[in-house]
Design a protein around this ligand. Structure first.
Ligand code: CMC
Length: 392
């Protein structure tokens, strides 16, 4: 391979140095800026964790209040942006609407596109954090054929998103604090995961000095695939299919092992974790707490059986395949009332502070160079051009 090393899927190649997230995949450890994920998930808030990821330290009470206030002031979208939501087909996937909305922000906020102007990056950060939930809620309302609801800035970021998604203009909105807390916790769990596919995309696009909006929009596209953020919807589809086929988890596991029709156990396996994903352990607890309250949930039972079956099976043991963060999230999102195609949008809202933190770290790192992987050419050697009338 000459002077380059082939590393398909970047399994062994580190593309940067980073101070943001630490993962030990063998031990199942995840820390944001040094803080263990379970401490953050249980004691912090999404707002505070976002601050931690973006600015590098846990905020003081004053810093947190100030950050909260700034985000609340920026939740509204430019009124003209509503035209986009009117123009997209009703059955458009909300991930496509989300990334289009973020790209469109770059056309409205031309004053803040310079990646080397710290003030521009800062105001873009605030605008993105404040407006992504609004764009997501609008995408959802339009897909349901419902009128949009403007943000209510008496609510915090997560509550406001729930209000804009599920509120009704004619009724008093009863915010369920347990749902708000559970969603907040899920956002914390998704907030960063070092150089995964979407984050690497944000960094790669940003390394060409593309602005923050364009880089985040690209990250949303990367997240949409079923092997990445789309896995949470795929898990629910899989569970529903198993249920429709009679609920035989043993038979499903057999199909996966035999690689029948390329079928995979969605929500299992991870490039880095070769142990139980620490996020999955927390999500599993939340799923049981939330769903068992509502009575027997056949899909939760099916998921638990499937997990057990897989964890005992040699195929999964040998390959060190464990449940990942998204094995149980879909069940929780569904119980909150989100349709399946919104699940990945929720992942995107959660991941946004991580993407922003990584972009900012990359832009401020003097060692950054434009990302430009090499390749190993395996095509034809040199050959001579043949005019079309002489080709056989
Ligand atoms: N079901 C069945 N077999 C699997 C699975 C699975 N979910 N995951 C990996 N394997 C097998 C794979 O077929 C291969 O077997 P063999 O050695 O016989 O060819 C072996 O395990 C190694 O897998 P790999 O595909 O080389 O591993 P990878 O690091 O390239 O892929 C992954 C990681 C997450 C894409 C993969 O495990 C997968 O497709 N999982 C299902 C999708 C999923 O749940 N994705 C969400 C990931 S967590 C949230 C996020 O970060 O987006």
């Amino acid at each position: 391979t000459g002077d380059v090393t082939l590393d398909v899927g970047f399994v062994n190649t580190a593309s940067c140095q980073s101070e943001i997230t630490y993962i030990d995949g063998g031990e199942g450890i995840l820390r944001y800026r040094g803080y263990p994920i379970d401490e953050l998930a249980k004691q912090s808030t999404f707002l505070e964790t976002s601050y931690l990821l973006i600015y590098g330290h846990l905020p003081s009470a004053t810093e947190l209040e100030e950050f909260d206030g700034r985000l609340r002031r920026h939740t509204l979208l430019v009124e003209d942006m509503k035209n986009f939501f009117d123009g997209f087909p009703r059955d458009a996937h909300p991930m496509s609407v989300l990334s289009s909305g973020v790209s469109a922000m770059g056309t409205f906020y031309q004053d803040s596109l310079d990646p080397h102007d710290p003030e521009a990056v800062e105001i873009s950060t605030i605008r993105l954090m404040a407006k992504l939930p609004t764009i997501a809620a609008y995408a959802f309302r339009k897909s349901q054929g419902q009128s949009i609801l403007y943000p209510n800035n008496d609510y915090n970021l997560v509550e406001n998103f729930l209000w804009m998604t599920f509120g009704q203009p004619t009724e008093k909105y009863e915010l369920d604090p347990l749902v708000a807390r559970a969603l907040d916790q899920l956002f914390i769990l998704h907030a960063d995961h070092e150089q995964n596919c979407s984050t690497s995309t944000v960094r790669l696009v940003g390394s060409s000095e593309a602005n923050l909006f364009n880089s985040i929009s690209a990250g949303i596209h990367a997240l949409s695939g079923p092997l990445h953020g789309g896995a949470n919807s795929a898990v629910l589809a899989m569970l529903e299919q198993i249920k429709a086929d009679g609920g035989d988890v043993g038979e499903f596991v057999r199909k996966v092992k035999d690689k029948e029709d390329g079928v995979k156990l969605m929500g299992f396996g991870h490039r880095v974790y070769k142990n139980y994903d620490p996020r999955a352990a927390i999500v599993k607890e939340t799923a049981h707490e939330m769903l068992e309250k509502a009575g027997d949930n056949p899909l939760l039972q099916l998921a638990a059986e499937l997990e057990q079956k897989a964890l005992e099976d040699d195929y999964f043991v040998e390959r060190k395949l464990y449940p990942n963060v998204d094995f149980y999230t879909g069940l929780i999102y569904e119980s909150m009332g989100f349709p399946t195609d919104m699940f990945t949008v929720l992942f995107a809202i959660g991941r946004l502070p991580g993407w922003i933190a990584q972009y900012r770290e990359m832009i401020n790192d003097p060692a950054t160079k434009i990302g430009r992987p090499r390749q190993v050419y395996v095509g034809e050697g040199e050959r001579s051009y043949v005019p079309v009338d002489q080709r056989g």
